[in-house]
Design a protein around this ligand. Structure first.
Ligand code: SF4
Length: 286
């Protein structure tokens, strides 16, 4: 116990596991129950180190690519999707595939495939190296431009037809700005707001929270795109914001006893990780 003063903890209205992550984690758990041997995860099914540690302790092996997976094994795909090329390779190797791709991600893949076939120039708002974007690019055979800021729109010369979509976990407010900036780039512009409902709800709640607190703690994997976005929202509001993965990363000196502390967590952060952070704060200031 380091102090006696009370800190006010306010939780975000929407936080923690989203529907897609719950589904992926449950499918992986079911695969574990059904078959313990020769079970591989193709990369991290979700971007949360504690969840991945749980699965590896239970016996699932992580493979960076299919060359590392022996024939006739079972592979569990990421919630962010598997590229069509990899899927074909998996079936050629006679692997059983547990496809945990989130339905929202599948919907984006379907949109780009359809619009590409209709000769639309595809512009994607996303993180160039994110697995979801890599499998989207594979879906359209790299015939797309990935942008991450308004300045990158300069690369686009005027087109007849443009289809604009977003990675499911990008910032909704920036998507609106980019959509409007694209208006003079094409004779026909089709915009699909593909940022998923869970992401939007979490971002809106994080914004509300940032407006009423002195310090924000955003809990979740450092590689998690949606968690990183929540931390950006706090910082953009001028609130002291800390993105942490576990209770071990919080520091006593970040808080004053009279602070209101806002807590939110990413769509891939298990509740028990968040509860440990809350318990530690209560231990210090409860
Ligand atoms: S954040 Fe959205 S797209 Fe990503 S897994 Fe969750 S529900 Fe699916």
């Amino acid at each position: 116990m380091q102090g006696k003063n009370k800190l006010k903890i306010i939780l975000s209205k929407k936080m923690g596991f989203c529907f897609g992550v719950k589904k992926s984690v449950n499918l992986a758990k079911n695969a574990l129950k059904a078959r313990r041997d020769n079970l591989y995860m193709l990369g991290s099914i979700i971007n949360n180190p504690q969840v991945i540690e749980y699965f590896t302790k239970e016996g699932i092996k992580i493979a960076d690519n299919l060359d590392e997976v022996p024939e006739k094994s079972t592979v569990i795909t990421r919630a962010h999707g598997i590229s069509p090329t990899m899927l074909k390779q998996a079936y050629r190797k006679k692997l059983s595939v547990v496809d945990t791709t989130c339905p929202y991600v599948k919907k984006v893949q379907k949109i780009v495939r359809n619009l590409r076939e209709k000769n639309y120039f595809i512009v994607i708002y996303g993180d160039k190296k994110h697995p979801e974007i890599l499998s989207l690019l594979d879906t359209v055979k790299s015939n797309a431009l990935v942008i991450n800021s308004i300045s990158e729109l300069e690369k686009i010369t005027t087109k007849e037809k443009i289809c604009f979509i977003s990675q499911t976990t990008k910032n909704i407010y920036d998507f609106y700005k980019l959509s409007s900036a694209l208006l003079n780039k094409a004779e026909e512009l089709r915009i699909f707001n593909t940022i998923c409902k869970s992401t939007v709800e979490r971002q809106k709640s994080a914004l509300e929270l940032a407006k009423e607190v002195d310090v924000m703690l955003v809990i979740g994997g450092k590689k998690s795109a949606n968690t990183t976005r929540l931390a950006e929202i706090g910082k953009n509001q001028g609130v002291k914001t800390y993105h942490i993965e576990t209770k071990n990363q919080i520091k006593y000196k970040w808080f004053h006893p009279e602070d209101k502390v806002g807590i939110t967590s990413g769509a891939s952060t298990p509740d028990w990780v968040t509860n440990e952070v809350i318990d530690k704060l209560k231990e210090w200031y409860g």
